[in-house]
Design a binder for this molecule. Structure first.
Ligand code: NAD
Length: 328
């Protein structure tokens, strides 16, 4: 069985150029703030045409007005119809008619209550599932639409004339690590009023970010079929609006170093501009762990575990050759 994704870890300590991104059409969900906004700016600097899809109309219209070559499309990623409209408008906006790259970046970390203890004298309260709706269902909608357009544009007959396309999923350190809050931690969410403080971090957030690995694993062996790629960026702490200032301050006060927005942008540009990279997850991290602030975690192929590698090999013996998904 051949491998259809990049098996070797990406060397992240190399120069690269972004000329290939010029004129490409890119969708960035959650592109109005924080990392998403930085991705939008980096992509427009690389002369890509960028569709900013976000719920924040004011910030989106302001950003699009500031950045020639970008448009804002209001979108709640948890609403399927909104995302359908984003892709429709992006294809119309594109000078080639193609959507080349899709960054499924929109994500939230808000109170959800799975781990909240409601008190001895209270009935347990039903958690809300907003994080799953946005981080997981939203990313699944984005992925489905990206794949739809990529297949429609490229067909499924492999050929060198197929245009490069790529879907980037956004994980987190929380996609690889267990997380707990410190005993002295203030409420972690910018909007939290009465949220319990001595609780492990959000179950839904961790679940939604681990889930991105599942999606990446599920896709990476089939993207070659339509000349496409899927990769993942997993940021370590980066100061944005996703958590309250107090929460970031608290994490920093115990000596945790943060990653930088600029390094996340370079990581994105690297993944998009190198057509050889498929099925990899890069961690954006403090520079003490990587000279350029991002590295290939190389955990997704179970290095060091012969048993898991053997079990994985057994699993894909069942691949649907007859559907042409995998050549014999
Ligand atoms: N900042 C970090 O420390 C960190 C760490 C790991 C992963 N991440 C991930 O990076 C991504 C970006 O986070 P950020 O830190 O830039 O956060 P942010 O809060 O600064 O920006 C999030 C953006 O998403 C938009 N958004 C929120 N809900 C939306 C919805 N339903 N539909 C469309 N847009 C919506 C917001 O309006 C905002 O523009 C998220 O997926 C997040 O989980 C961030």
């Amino acid at each position: 069985m051949a491998d259809f994704y990049t098996v070797k870890p990406v060397d992240c300590d190399v120069d690269f150029e972004t000329r290939s991104l010029s004129g490409k059409t890119v969708i960035v969900t959650g592109g109005c703030s924080g990392l998403g906004e930085a991705y939008v700016r980096a992509l427009t600097s690389a002369k890509a045409a960028v569709c900013i899809a976000d719920v924040d109309t004011q910030a989106g219209e302001r950003l699009a007005a500031e950045l020639p070559g970008s448009i804002f499309i209001k979108c709640d990623v948890s609403v399927w119809e909104d995302q359908v409209e984003v892709f429709r408008q992006a294809a119309a906006f594109s000078s080639s008619g193609r959507i080349d790259y899709v960054i499924a970046n929109a994500g939230v970390a808000s109170p959800e209550g799975v781990f909240a203890y409601d008190g001895d004298d209270h009935e347990p309260t039903k958690p809300n599932s907003r994080i799953i709706d946005i981080n997981l269902n939203g990313a699944l909608y984005t992925t489905k639409l990206a794949m739809h357009y990529f297949i429609k544009q490229n067909g499924t007959q492999q050929s060198p004339s197929q245009h490069d396309t790529c879907c980037i999923l956004i994980g987190s350190g929380a996609a690889y690590l267990g997380q707990v809050l410190g005993r002295t931690c203030p409420p972690i969410y910018a909007s939290a009023n009465t949220y319990a403080v001595h609780v492990p971090r959000s179950a839904q957030y961790s679940a939604s970010k681990w889930a991105m690995r599942g999606v990446m694993h599920a896709m990476r062996r089939m993207t070659h079929h339509y000349g496409s790629r899927v990769n993942m960026i997993s940021p370590w702490y980066v100061r944005t609006k996703i958590l309250s200032k107090e929460a970031f301050d608290q994490v920093q006060s115990v000596g945790v170093e943060f990653a930088e927005v600029e390094d996340a942008c370079q990581c994105l540009l690297r993944l998009l501009s190198d057509r050889e990279i498929n099925g990899r997850s890069l961690l954006v991290c403090p520079r003490k762990w990587a000279p350029r602030g991002y590295l290939d975690l190389d955990l997704d192929d179970y290095p060091g575990s012969d048993l898991l590698q053997e079990i994985q090999a057994d699993q894909i013996k069942n691949a649907p050759v007859e559907l042409g998904l995998f050549p014999e």
